[in-house]
Write a protein that binds this ligand. Structure first.
Ligand code: SR1
Ligand code: MG
Length: 425
C-alpha cells in the first residue's frame, strides 16, 4: 500500500487507498467507490462514495501540468490557494462555497463537500433552466468577498498578510497571457474559428486603440491589489440548484481589481444569452428565456450596487474612506473594471485557447460565426466604453446593441421594445 509521503498524481484506486489511510471520514466497513469526474482545464476531481451509506466526498488533486495542455506547467500549490480561499470565502459569505474538510500539502489535494445535488451552472443554462435566486446569491457572495477583504474594511497589515498568502504568480500569469495578451494579437496559441478570423483581424488585432486600452487593463490587473478575487468566476465555477448557489474552484484567487469577478459573471451570462438566441427554436420560449437572462444581468449589477453601498456604510473602518463622495467614486471604479473584465472575457473565450461550450456547441457554422461576432462586438464596447457603463441597463444595452448589429427580428427578443422586432434582412 502507498504511504502518500511523496507527491504523485493519483488514479481512482489510489484515491480509495488515500481515503482509507489518510482520512477519518467514512465508517470502518465503508464500501468505497471512486470515479474521476473532472471536466475543467486544470485538475483531477474524484468523487468517492460509500456504497453502504451513500455518504460521499470530493477529492480534488492538482497535477504538475494543466489538463488542457502539457504546455501549462503550473505549481500544484494552487491547491493550497484554493483550500485557503474556500475557507476564507466560507467565513465571509457563509453557505456560498463548499466546506473544505482537509488540505494535504504533500499530495496537493483537498477534500470537500460533494455537491452532486447541484448542477454546473453553464450546463444548466445551456438546458435553458432558470435560477431566480442567482442574482441575489451571487451579489451577496461578491459584495462580502470583495469589500470585506479590501483596505476599506480590514486592518492594512492584515490585508498585506493576505496579499502575501494569496500571491499566485503562475495562475495570474495564465490570466495575464490568456485574457489580457494573446487574444489581442495573432498569437500562435489562439484557437480561432476560421469563419471569424477575418473579423477578428479587422476589429480586434488591427485596432490600436483596443491595444492601448487592453495594455492599461493588464497593468491594472497586475498592480491593483484591491480585493481578494475568486479569479475565474465563470458559470463553470458555479454549482447551482433552485434554492442554492455554490461558488467553487477559486484556485486563481489573488489580490486584484474587484470588478474582475463581477465582469466575468456578466460575460458568462452573456454567453448563455447568445447561445439561447441561436439554439432555442420556439419563439415564445426563446423570448421568455432571453428576457430572463437580460433581467439577471441587470439584477446582478443593480443588486451589487445596492448591497455594496449598504455594506460599505456598515463595515468601513478606514478613516479617509468616509470622505464625501469617496464611496461613490470607489464603486464607480469597480463598475468600470467590471465592464472591462466582461469585455476581456467575451473576447478571450472567442479568440484564445480556452473556449466556452455556449459558443462552441452552436453547430451551424454561420450561426456560430455570428454568435462570435456578437460577443466580440460587445467585448470591444465593454472595454472601450467602460467609463460610461455603470447601471444594469447600461450592461444590457451593450448586449442588445451588439445583437442588433448582427441579427434582427425573430431570431432574438429585444425587451427594450414592447414586442419582438422583425427581421429586415
Ligand atoms: C490553462 S487554463 C485555461 C483556463 O481555464 C481556467 O478555468 C481559466 O479560465 C483559464 O484561463
Ligand atoms: Mg476552474
Amino acid at each position: 500500500m502507498k504511504d502518500f509521503t511523496t507527491y504523485f498524481t493519483m488514479t481512482e484506486q489510489d484515491v480509495i487507498e488515500y481515503v482509507q489511510k489518510k482520512l477519518d471520514i467514512f465508517e470502518q466497513n465503508a464500501e468505497l467507490e471512486c470515479r474521476e469526474i473532472g471536466d475543467g482545464n486544470l485538475n483531477y476531481v474524484f468523487r468517492v462514495v460509500d456504497q453502504n451509506s451513500g455518504q460521499s466526498v470530493i477529492i480534488k488533486q492538482a497535477g504538475p501540468v494543466a489538463r488542457i495542455s502539457d504546455a501549462f506547467k503550473v505549481s500544484p500549490d494552487r491547491n493550497r490557494i484554493e483550500s485557503e480561499a474556500l475557507k476564507l470565502q466560507g467565513e465571509l459569505a457563509p453557505g456560498f462555497v463548499p466546506k473544505v474538510y482537509s488540505y494535504d500539502p504533500i499530495m496537493n489535494c483537498c477534500v470537500m463537500d460533494d455537491l452532486s445535488d447541484h448542477e454546473i451552472m453553464r450546463t444548466a443554462l445551456l438546458k435553458h433552466k432558470k435560477f431566480p435566486l442567482f442574482a441575489d446569491h451571487i451579489t451577496t457572495f461578491l459584495v462580502n468577498t470583495l469589500l470585506l477583504t479590501s483596505d476599506a474594511v480590514i486592518d492594512h497589515k492584515e490585508k498585506k498578510a493576505l496579499v502575501q498568502k494569496f500571491t499566485n504568480p503562475e495562475l495570474c500569469e495564465i490570466t495575464e497571457d490568456l485574457v489580457y495578451t494573446e487574444p489581442f494579437y495573432d498569437c500562435e496559441q489562439n484557437d480561432v474559428f476560421p469563419e471569424t478570423r477575418e473579423f477578428i483581424r479587422e476589429e480586434i488585432w488591427n485596432d490600436s486603440k483596443l491595444a492601448l486600452e487592453t495594455a492599461k487593463l493588464k497593468f491594472d490587473f497586475m498592480t491593483k491589489a484591491q480585493s481578494l478575487l475568486h479569479g475565474d468566476l465563470h458559470t463553470g465555477s458555479i454549482f447551482i440548484k433552485e434554492d442554492s448557489t455554490k461558488i467553487i474552484d477559486p484556485e486563481f484567487a489573488f489580490y486584484g481589481p474587484a470588478g474582475f469577478d463581477i465582469g466575468n459573471v456578466i460575460a458568462n451570462l452573456f454567453f448563455a444569452y447568445v447561445n439561447a438566441s441561436f439554439t432555442i427554436e420556439d419563439q415564445e420560449t426563446k423570448e421568455d428565456y432571453l428576457q430572463y437572462i437580460q433581467q439577471t444581468i441587470s439584477d446582478v449589477i443593480e443588486l451589487f450596487t445596492k448591497k455594496f453601498l449598504h455594506a460599505w456604510d456598515e463595515n468601513i473602518k478606514e478613516r479617509t474612506a468616509s470622505a464625501p463622495s469617496f464611496k461613490e467614486w470607489y464603486l464607480n471604479s469597480i463598475l468600470e473594471d467590471a465592464s472591462a473584465a466582461a469585455g476581456l472575457e467575451l473576447c478571450r473565450r472567442i479568440i484564445g485557447i480556452a473556449h466556452v461550450k455556449d459558443i462552441t456547441s452552436i453547430e451551424n457554422k454561420e450561426s456560430r460565426a455570428l454568435a462570435e461576432k456578437i460577443c466580440l462586438t460587445a467585448g470591444k464596447t465593454f472595454i472601450l466604453e467602460r467609463a460610461n457603463i455603470r447601471t444594469g441597463d447600461d450592461f444590457v444595452n451593450v448586449l442588445l446593441q451588439s445583437v442588433r448589429k448582427f441579427i434582427e427580428g425573430e431570431k432574438f427578443y429585444d425587451s427594450s421594445k414592447s414586442h419582438s422586432i422583425r427581421t429586415t434582412g
